[in-house]
Unconditional design. Sequence first.
Length: 150
Amino acid sequence: MPHIHDLIDFTVDVFIVHNKKVLLIFHKKHNMWLQIGGHIELNEDPEQALFREVKEECGLEIEIVGSKPNLQVKGTKSLYAPVFLNIHDINEIHKHIGLYYIAKAKSDKFVLNNSEHKDIRWFSREDLDKPEFNLNEAVKLYAKEAMNRT
């Protein structure tokens, strides 16, 4: 999806773990290994965007790590709280505010979204530090923390 706002967009990202491995995709546009995620569209809340992105990008069924209150107030919907939150540069003028989640996959049978990604694979803790993958330090940090929390 293209950017919604000129300067800052909100995004959701999820580190999905299964059997002590984390799922990463090789993004065609950014030419790097990243977690599953994308823009929160104008008609979505963060939770809706999160589950939509997971379905579109890898097809896995997931369970979010964490809880949300069972709030019974008319006109209010409880949402999962992100585990991490940051703002990061996309280019010289555009930034993303990223809401980061951790999830457990119900199986390891993913689907590659060929239109957006060159590759998709499960990474072990050791794989995250291998030079041939050239992972961004933030991706490594969040991925390892996701493994620690699942």
